[in-house]
Design a protein around this ligand. Sequence first.
Ligand code: TYD
Length: 214
Amino acid sequence: MAGWFITFEGVEGSGKTTQIRLAGEFLREKGFPVFMTQEPGGTPLGERIREILLNRGGFDISGEAEVFLFAAARAQHADAVIRPALEKGQVILCDRFSDATIAYQAYGRGLPLEAVREICRSASRGLSPRLTLLFDLPVEKGLERAFLRIAGREEANREDRFERENLDFHRRIREGYLTIAREEPGRVKIVDASRDIESTRIEVRAILSSFLGV
Ligand code: TYD
């Protein structure tokens, strides 16, 4: 496939959503055909699943049900959106992908790692990012930022089902992400996300420039 598949990952409040937007602007200025998308979401089906997963649904979702919902959204997204964009030669910047399922559902929720990996592989049919930027910071700091943002939203639009989990859950997720980064240092680049937006933006730019050769 001709394009580039790049993912942005991190714990709550890591600022990756701001950075993905800035990265998109930067790459467009450099003349790249950029396509930005997110998970869960990215397709009409994915957006519906996102509402179920992230809003206060008022009903329980078991860990197993949760992993399959994320996987269902991913299967549709990978086939209907990401593969076609790659074939068109686009640079895809995706807010979360399979690493999020490994970090949140396997490390965070405690579902068996190999089983979750297998679900991710079959959902994406082996599609994997060429580069992943992992925005890392202490979970306390990230959650503080995340709750400030959530407080500014209307009650009905609060996507806070994960933020409301306890600190240990978030610490396990951070550890999970850092483990993935240690296992795949060629693909996963850790970005220190505890700093201000501008310093992080400069580091992201440097990583993307060397990766895409600009
Ligand atoms: P995201 O939209 O990135 O939210 P935020 O901008 O607040 O980080 O992700 C939505 C939430 O879904 C986030 O709490 C992480 C969670 N998630 C999983 O648990 N598993 C997954 O596979 C994905 C893609 C997301």
